[in-house]
Design a protein around this ligand. Structure first.
Ligand code: 5AD
Ligand code: SF4
Length: 446
């Protein structure tokens, strides 16, 4: 990253949503710093405020509305303040107009496909003293070489593909992120090698469905072969990837994880529901049995693999029996952890107009039952680490106790431990002394 050229002012970015949005924010931050802006955490001293929004669930949108309302006061105090709203929520049809109508003081509204032009828009707003609404309806090719201001210094996310072709019936993502586009291998490799030379040790490859990586490239490169190639990068210690769609997680990917030393024993495999009936309505294109078989195959090939998942509770038409199928799948697979979501109606998706929407009270009651089962299993999985010695990549001081260090196991478990601060950024062995509900405690052993 270039040094600050001139101090043009301070910026603050607030991000909602997934790692993709986090990465987009790191790029916005990178571009602003390169242009001479400095980051601040205080809204009151910011000259540029960006809300990078998410629309996967309604809650995320409601938070944006609430927070935008509060910014009006700041704009009255500082008329030069530039307020921008970007991201998935803006990419929805009609949303930009709605935001402009409800919050006329917003200066820049852009979507997901043109956020790389943010600095251009910012200069325009400052020069012309007029607001900009620019939503590019369709994705274009991938824009490379955008400066990224990464949050961490030990591990980083690297996007390998953008968009999604799956159209699960509940999901807004394909409408706001466009169709699948893979980055060229040479660009991915360069980014990772640069990260390694800066001291990064772990990368997580990102994409809505990483298993379809490379299908659109010429010549084609399969995801499994991408993994095998990246595994040869010297100085890189760990590789993870997310998200995998169960219908596309092929044997060659499982074999690559089994064979490649840098590939961590962790697979995030969203199931969404344990009921074949609901899976069909969700357009997930696999049955419960197919999913179970896939899990068995992964467990057999990769001993001690940590499996994680996403679950939606209360999809339209979900009966008590369907929900119990989800509970029984949790018990069968024994996930290390699961992200649980209440089904949220998204306008523009097929499930929006499905009949038999589940009553909110029933949804919440099922959600609580699911959480209980998920947490019990996570705790049981953590208990199995008690007394074991595990490899931890040291990330820095613990969040709640700076006399301790924190890092993660290859299986993705959070470990707080006593050790030597000089090991930050290195792999150490830690003996686990106590398994807590959501983390492990331990001490470094030489
Ligand atoms: N309602 C609830 N959860 C959703 N997800 C996606 N769309 C919705 C929705 N409409 C969840 C899925 C996905 C995760 C990122 O978000 O579980 O895997
Ligand atoms: Fe959404 Fe399904 Fe694509 Fe995941 S695979 S982003 S849930 S449409």
């Amino acid at each position: 990253m270039n040094d600050i050229k001139e101090n043009k002012g301070r910026f603050l970015i607030e991000t909602w949503g997934c790692q993709m949005n986090e990465e987009d924010s790191e790029k916005l931050s990178g571009m602003l710093k390169e242009d001479g802006y400095i980051e601040t955490t205080e809204t009151s001293e910011a000259d540029v405020i960006i809300f990078n929004t998410c629309c996967v669930r309604e809650n995320a949108e409601l938070k944006v509305y609430g927070n935008l309302g509060r910014l009006k006061k700041l704009k009255n105090i500082n008329p030069n303040l530039v307020i921008a709203v970007t991201g998935c929520m803006m990419q929805q049809e009609g949303m930009a107009e709605e935001i402009k109508k409800r919050f006329p003081f917003v200066d820049i509204i852009i979507g997901t496909h043109n956020s790389h032009k943010f600095i251009e828009y910012l200069h325009q707003v400052k020069d012309d003293k007029a607001s900009i609404i620019s939503i590019q309806p369709k994705e274009e090719g991938i824009v490379e070489n955008i400066p990224i201001d990464r949050k961490g210094s030990v591990k980083a996310f690297v996007t390998i593909m953008y968009g999604c072709n799956n159209f699960c019936t509940y999901c807004i993502v394909p409408y706001v992120r466009g169709r699948e586009r893979s980055r060229h291998y040479s660009d991915i490799e360069k980014e990772i090698k640069d990260l390694v030379s800066e001291g990064y040790k772990e990368i997580t490859l990102l994409g809505q469905n990483v298993n379809s990586y490379g299908k659109d490239l010429e010549p084609k490169l399969s995801f499994a072969n991408l993994l095998r190639k990246l595994n040869t990068i010297e100085g890189l210690e760990r590789i993870r990837f997310m998200t995998s769609h169960p219908k596309d997680l092929t044997d060659d990917v499982i074999e690559a994880v089994r064979d490649c030393d840098k590939l961590c024993e962790q697979v995030h495999l969203p199931v969404q529901s344990g009921s074949t009936n609901i899976l069909k309505k969700m357009n997930r294109v696999y049955t419960r049995e197919q999913y179970s078989n896939l899990v068995s195959k992964i467990k057999k090939a990769i001993p001690n693999v940590a499996l994680t998942t996403d679950i939606i509770v209360g999809f339209p038409g979900e009966t008590e029996e369907d929900f119990e199928d989800t509970l029984s799948l949790m018990k069968e697979v024994e996930y290390d952890s699961a992200f649980t979501f209440l089904y949220s109606k998204r306008s523009g998706t097929p499930a929006y107009s499905y009949e038999n929407q589940v009553d909110e009270k029933v949804k919440h009651e099922r959600f609580d039952r699911l959480k209980k089962v998920v947490n019990e299993i996570s705790q049981k999985k953590n208990k199995a680490y008690d007394g074991k010695t595990v490899e931890v990549l040291v990330e820095g001081p613990s969040k709640n106790d700076s006399s301790r260090l924190m890092g993660r196991t290859r299986t993705g478990k959070l470990v707080n431990f006593t050790g030597d601060k000089s090991t930050i950024g290195e792999l150490v062995n830690v003996k686990i002394t106590e398994a807590k509900s959501f983390s492990l405690l331990g001490k470094e052993v030489k």
